[in-house]
Design a binder for this molecule. Structure first.
Ligand SMILES: [Zn+2]
Ligand SMILES: [Zn+2]
Length: 78
């Protein structure tokens, strides 16, 4: 399956990410730790201007979208 990336998940569980070689971000349920790969357009709306890079060569952007999955959302919530 090739190299995998260890992803910290909620509750101390460890998951191995089969998509480590595809640029993507994560959507995580803060309650049960459900983890989904998501592919936001571009750099997920994030970019650093030269002044904010502090001399760094930025090679990646890591974004975690957090929320409640359908099974953890309170009943009746949108
Ligand atoms: Zn959940
Ligand atoms: Zn992933």
């Amino acid at each position: 399956m090739g190299e995998v990336l260890e992803v910290p998940a909620g509750g101390g569980a460890k998951r191995y990410d089969p998509n480590a070689r595809l640029a993507h971000q994560h959507l995580v349920c803060t309650r049960c730790g459900e983890l989904r790969d998501v592919f936001p357009a571009g750099e997920a709306g994030l970019s650093l201007g030269a002044d904010d890079r502090h001399g760094f060569e930025v090679t990646a952007v890591r974004v975690v979208f957090e929320g409640l999955c359908p099974s953890c959302r309170p009943v009746g919530a949108a």
